[in-house]
Design a protein around this ligand. Structure first.
Ligand code: RUQ
Ligand code: CUA
Length: 862
């Protein structure tokens, strides 16, 4: 028995197409065991084919050292960006340009092959997100990376010169002045050996303030500096804004300065570090520190890097401590910059500090005391806005568009709690699965949060997905934040590392390039590549044992196709992708030599290797770029100059009689003529419709013409061979002419379709449903739009009969009734076929007629 159609289901159905009956939906629900709530959640997250998501989410890829990009609400993964580790698809870590970036992430000369990416953050203006750059930190190997969001490529990695591990990064000041990266595990700032007994004296924490040059899109290492801090094990950070602009906040979890020693029978770190009731929030003013850092009196230079001493920072009024509940974790400044919310792993409360109260104590120099390093300690009670009991293990916070609303993750309770940070009222809670760390609402960490959707980053997924062995994926859950009550919508397994944190941004704020505008761009620098090679400039240059190959890639060949080098040569291959059409990526893979590069349209990539093995190594384009992609290949031949090789005759083509050759020649010449006719008709269409006004169409046409303009050159070679009586060579060159024609036609037809799409009138909803019904009914089996096939062309069909609309309506509903109508009878005789009854519903037929009207409207675009 089917369940009674409830109001919700019938509402859903009411707005659905007439073709979808209530029984269809109910049957699916029943077969798949879905509740109404499930169906509603699906409707909220489903993004139909061809439609796009509203938000981008950038997630850290955890130990993969990458960044994962996905869309909300669909949770569809869009890209993995190679950051701290090689990513073969993108050639990241394989081509010279990206190797240079990865090499700058070496630590004391040591190559690091993994990362522990933690906190991604966008560039900001007035605390609002700007989709120009993304920053991300590596906790394990203290590094910060800059990703350019105009092509989603990593363009810089900097290594922290003094801290040995960092966690509180990468947090951005409101106008992207600085990227903040705070220490995690205290260690000597120098690279020396220091016994643990000297912990208080010699081990140090710190916060590095990386200066960002916005126009260059680069961290300026020389202008960057570190604030020395006590070895309190600093943790997360956040930058002040509005009234707290200029300040930044970092908490810590080892005010005890406990040093562990489980192997010596001492209580472990965890026992000693959670002994005190309070730890310290560090408050520091980067605007003052920036000035202090300019005076050598205030700094010591360690490993070539300026470190502002604790003493100088205290003296300059730039550093304070504030007790916070023991073992805190997240610290988040509210969007208005007025409050600072602290989560405590071992506390059931969140603590909310009022910045105005903090500032008052600082201004009046009223302190509760000093720590053993001389840093003034502010009064806990006097700084407090309030505390609120939320549940077990509050960690992180994210904000809503509605004033005062904040969402907090509860690690131990596996919940998200909604509350108000102004009046400290608890509003709602929802269970998540399981053990949530960070969470994010849309643009929730900016000064203008959008709320709407939330993402829970759950550390454990336990039983939520098909099992894949003892190492489980993590679970990102999508939560609907739009209403008063939070609703869990969707589970997404993340099978790549432990993603710690995400940031989200409205899709309209990210404007990536579709291709590189300047042919021969070095994508990592954005400048012209030294090895940029245009069509006709392909060559091999040799200088001693250094061989440079200037190669181009265009559908569907690499040029050159044969490279001969000697054993021991150092070979550099520059590959330029000459395409201008978007998504026409080529790639260069060399078998057996660990060489790979991805070359997007307009880009030049280079690879360098020593040819120390003799042999024949095929290379090919690794992206399925075109019908003749498999033919996009070549050979690298490495010869040992010390060896003698036998002589071989060039491969002979099969022995054909002169008559057979002539026949083949005639055939290919005729094919070329026919193909050229198609090309000319496309060209005529494009010109008549003014293709130049549409940039994307224009770039396709430029690509097509590039291919077409190669034809006379090859044709001349064919004609010359023909004249000389070398039929075989003439046929080969005619075939190459055909190759260029096919590619011209391919790009030309794509341009034509794109232009037709640009110019065609918008389809009404009814016409769209009509097209659906037309395809579903299999009408396209006999009728082709714009062409007579096994049935008449449907273009103009409405005009071919008096009172055509009404006539067709009745005819489609019951064709047999009209078989003897003189017009239909004539059609039946012409096509020797009768149109069968497709059992269409009246509504569907009406829609099909709307679709046919749309076809007629756009008939000149066919
Ligand atoms: S931290 S799960 Cu490494 Cu951002 Cu709190
Ligand atoms: Cu180019 Cu495959």
């Amino acid at each position: 028995m089917l369940k009674k159609v409830s109001i919700l289901t019938s509402m859903l159905l009411f707005s659905a197409t007439s073709a979808l009956s209530s029984t269809d939906l109910q049957k699916v629900m029943k077969d798949r065991g879905l509740t109404e709530r499930d169906v509603l959640a699906a409707a909220k997250t489903y993004v139909p084919t061809g439609m796009k998501d509203e938000y981008y989410v950038f997630s850290s890829g955890g130990q993969s050292g990458q960044v994962i990009v996905y869309g909300v609400p669909s949770m569809r993964i869009l890209k993995y960006i190679g950051v701290f580790t090689p990513e073969p698809w993108q050639g990241y870590g394989f081509d010279n340009e990206s190797k240079k970036i990865l090499d700058s992430g070496k630590i004391r000369g040591q190559e690091i092959k993994w990362g522990d990416t933690h906190h991604p953050n966008f560039s900001e203006k007035n605390g609002e997100f700007v989709g120009d750059y993304l920053f991300i930190n590596d906790k394990a190997n203290p590094r910060i990376a800059v990703i350019n969001l105009h092509d989603f490529e990593t363009t810089q990695i900097v290594v922290n010169p003094v801290l040995k591990s960092t966690h509180g990064g990468s947090f951005i000041t409101p106008n992207t002045e600085y990227v903040i990266d705070a220490c995690q595990y205290a260690a000597p700032l120098e690279n020396d050996w220091v016994p643990i007994e000297a912990y208080e004296e010699k081990y140090r924490g710190g916060v590095t303030l990386w200066k960002f040059d916005y126009t260059k899109g680069q961290i300026d290492e020389k202008e960057s500096f570190t604030l020395e801090l006590p070895p309190y094990m600093q943790d997360l950070s956040d930058a002040g804004k509005g009234p707290s602009m200029g300040w930044a906040f970092t908490n810590s979890f080892n005010s005890e300065m406990y040093t562990g020693g489980i192997e010596k029978g001492l209580p472990p770190f965890e026992a000693g570090m959670s002994r005190n009731d309070t730890d310290f929030l560090h408050l520091y003013n980067w605007q003052i520190l920036e000035k202090l850092a300019k005076d050598p009196k205030n700094t010591k230079v360690i490993n070539g890097h300026r470190v502002v001493t604790i003493e100088a920072a205290v003296k300059g009024g730039a550093l304070f401590l504030l007790p916070e509940a023991k073992s805190p974790h997240g610290v988040d400044v509210t969007p208005d910059g007025k409050y600072i919310i602290i989560g405590g792993k071992l506390d059931t409360h969140v603590t909310i500090f009022d910045f105005a109260k903090i500032k008052e104590q600082i201004d009046k120099k009223e302190f509760a005391g000093k720590d053993s390093y001389g840093i003034p300690i502010l009064d806990f009670k006097k700084s407090l806005h309030g505390q609120l009991e939320l549940g077990l293990g509050p960690l992180h916070n994210t904000f809503d568009e509605k004033d005062g609303i904040v969402y907090t993750s509860l690690y131990v309770d596996s919940q998200v709690v909604k509350w108000n940070f102004r009046d400290l009222k608890l509003l709602d809670r929802v269970n998540v699965h399981y053990n949530i760390g960070h969470l994010d609402s849309m643009e929730g960490k900016s000064t203008k949060p959008k709320g709407k959707y939330g993402i829970a980053l759950n550390k454990l997924s336990i039983d939520r997905f098909l099992p894949v062995g003892p190492l489980h994926p993590q679970n990102h859950q999508l939560i609907d934040l739009a209403g008063d009550k939070m609703e869990l919508l969707y589970d997404m397994p993340i099978g790549l590392g432990e993603p710690h944190d995400v940031v989200s941004i409205h899709a309209s704020k990210i404007k990536p390039k579709k291709t590189y505008d300047k042919m021969g761009t070095n994508s990592r620098t954005g400048e012209a590549h030294e090895g940029a090679t245009l069509a006709g400039q392909e060559r091999v240059e040799r200088d001693g044992n250094k061989v440079k190959v200037y190669m181009t890639a265009v559908r569907s060949h690499l040029n050159p196709e044969h490279i001969e080098v000697n054993k021991g040569d150092e070979v550099t291959i520059y590959i330029t992708n000459l395409e201008r059409a978007q998504d026409e990526t080529h790639a260069f893979g060399l078998s057996g030599l660990n060489v790979h590069a991805s070359v997007e349209p307009g880009k030049t990539s280079s690879v360098t290797f020593t040819a120390d093995l003799e042999g024949v190594f095929p290379y090919y384009c690794t992206e399925f770029c075109s019908a003749l992609h498999l033919e996009m290949m070549g050979y690298l031949k490495v010869k040992d100059p010390k060896k003698q090789y036998p002589d071989y005759k060039a491969a002979k083509v099969s022995k054909m009689t002169p008559e057979e050759l002539q026949k083949e020649y005639n055939k290919i010449v005729a094919t070329n003529k026919a193909t050229d006719d198609v090309i000319q008709s496309v060209v005529k269409f494009l010109k008549e419709k003014g293709f130049e006004k549409y940039p994307e169409v224009k770039s396709l046409v430029t690509d097509a013409l590039d291919q077409y303009n190669k034809i006379p050159h090859e044709k001349a070679k064919a004609d010359e061979a023909f004249k000389a009586g070398d039929m075989n060579t003439a046929i080969l060159w005619e075939n190459q002419v055909w190759q260029y024609m096919v590619k011209t036609a391919d790009a030309g037809l794509r341009a034509k379709n794109l232009l037709a799409k640009e110019l065609s009138t918008k389809m009404s909803e009814k016409a769209r449903l009509g097209e659906e019904a037309y395809l579903r009914g299999g009408c396209n089996g006999c009728h082709v739009v714009g062409q007579v096939s096994s049935g008449p062309d449907i273009t103009g069909a409405l005009l071919r009969h008096e009172n055509g609309e009404k006539f067709l309506y009745n005819f489609i509903l019951d064709p047999a009734k009209y078989y003897s109508d003189p017009y239909i009878d004539a059609m039946i005789k012409t096509f020797n076929l009768r149109m069968p009854n497709q059992n269409m519903k009246p509504e569907e037929v009406k829609n099909i007629i709307e679709y046919m009207k749309w076809i007629d409207e756009n008939a000149d675009l066919q």
